[in-house]
Design a protein around this ligand. Structure first.
Ligand code: FES
Length: 103
């Protein structure tokens, strides 16, 4: 695992999924309040970009834009079919204004 800077806090508007490349890994990054979450951006069902999906604030999930599976930002688990596999979840550290992800 390597800790990689993916930008500053202001690069991530509240509740807006953003696709970021970190050391060759595509991430879906989203800021929720003072926390920033990072999950794998590729939906395991048919590889849509989760950053193009909707944030479901009540459940802390990202809904895939293609077929509607929703992935939890903390566990990576899907709560809705057709996806059955979890996406990877990456640890995020905020250091001052820097956002660091372990990939
Ligand atoms: S591509 Fe994401 S649910 Fe089908």
């Amino acid at each position: 695992m390597t800790q990689v800077s993916i930008g500053s806090i202001s690069d991530f508007p509240e509740a807006t999924p953003t696709r970021v490349e970190a050391d060759g890994t595509a991430l879906c990054v989203i800021r929720v309040g003072d926390r920033i979450h990072a999950i794998c951006d590729d939906c395991p069902h048919a590889e849509a970009s989760l950053a193009d999906g909707d944030f479901l604030a009540g459940d802390l999930e990202i809904e895939c834009p293609l077929h509607g599976s929703a992935f939890n930002l903390v566990t990576g688990e899907p709560s809705e079919p057709p996806a059955t596999e979890a996406v990877a979840v990456y640890a995020v550290t905020i250091d001052g204004d820097d956002v660091l992800v372990e990939v």
